[in-house]
Design a protein around this ligand. Sequence first.
Ligand SMILES: Cc1cc2nc3c(=O)[nH]c(=O)nc-3n(C[C@H](O)[C@H](O)[C@H](O)COP(=O)(O)OP(=O)(O)OC[C@H]3O[C@@H](n4cnc5c(N)ncnc54)[C@H](O)[C@@H]3O)c2cc1C
Length: 358
Amino acid sequence: MRGTGWKLLDNPITRAMASPLSVDDYLTQFNPLWSVAEVRGRIERVERETADAVTLHITPNGHWQGHRAGQHLVLGVEIEGVRHSRCFSISSAPADAGITVSVKRNGQGLVSNYLVDQARAGEILHLSQARGEFLLPEGNGPLLMISGGSGITPLMAMLRQCVREGQQRDVVFLHYSNSYIDTLFRAELRALAERFEWLTLIQVVNEGAPLAGDRRGLFSAEQLVELVPDYAARTPLLCGPPALMERVNAAFERAGLATPAQEQFQVKVSSAAGEGVVLFSKSGREAAGDSAGSLLELAEQQGLNPESGCRMGICHACKCHVSEGRVRDLRNGEVRDVKDEDIQLCVHAAAGAVQVEL
Ligand SMILES: Cc1cc2nc3c(=O)[nH]c(=O)nc-3n(C[C@H](O)[C@H](O)[C@H](O)COP(=O)(O)OP(=O)(O)OC[C@H]3O[C@@H](n4cnc5c(N)ncnc54)[C@H](O)[C@@H]3O)c2cc1C
């Protein structure tokens, strides 16, 4: 049954018959991928990419509506009985069977470490639809893809799309990583660069001797001019750690060029506590704003379970209606009054009384 077929089960009669459980609770007994409305995916295979990274090959259920190369999804996984959600770019091309996400260990991070060390074939994941505006530019113009570390994933999806569609597009792929052995998709990238004349692969590594054409060190404007002399004539696309992205953006600005289209994996968000009293109007719960940082953390502390994704203002999964109140943007400290507005709970704290529809 496709997505719309399941919706027939989502009506007041079946809901009443299922109560106190949900219709999904019954469907899950037959097949954990089944749901009346939720996108779920089964891990078919876990492919080790490097010591610190894996690619999960996922078959989504019938609610999945497909993706465009460069987009991401919110992936929810149960760890010790609690569901945790994070954003991951889809690393496969839209034409591929199933989808892949490629995850790199992030310090002591909870979800990345779990997926790299413990994700197994057969495990069920909770997924959002694909979202995001970081996309392969239309047309056939020359491209400059600049990536660092796990930031290679959305660009790999775009490159794979060029290959699958036989686009023969002039692409310079400039990738920064600690070492060759640490590089996601290294073997595939090299094979593609050897096979297709339209693709130039340049790697910059921090450790070890660079191969011919590659470099050692960090990004600099001088290095960009040397490695890609015609960079100003290419459409630039950028994804990587904040330090790399800052340097690349600064180099483009200094050259009088527009900064590249880009996807951020990390944003600095203050963890400063809120103030005032927050009323979660649908559940009738009330909490002191200073007992947590963001409104999302405060809601979770109250036992509420709002949808969330990146937890840093990128994915918009936690947007929620605020009837009225005074909030602080945790990205820039700005305080403002809000009335009947949808705001991202993960990057706003209370800065006075706030009424959230949760
Ligand atoms: C649009 C988008 C796409 C993305 N795509 C990808 C992708 O394709 N591949 C990928 O690998 N990642 C991707 N990410 C990043 C991913 O969403 C997660 O942010 C990342 O995996 C870290 O999540 P985590 O649960 O492991 O870390 P969290 O538990 O959320 O921790 C975040 C950071 O805090 C640190 N930390 C946590 N607890 C402590 C502590 N007690 N003391 C000190 N430090 C601590 C961790 O070391 C970690 O660096 C993407 C992010 C976005 C927004």
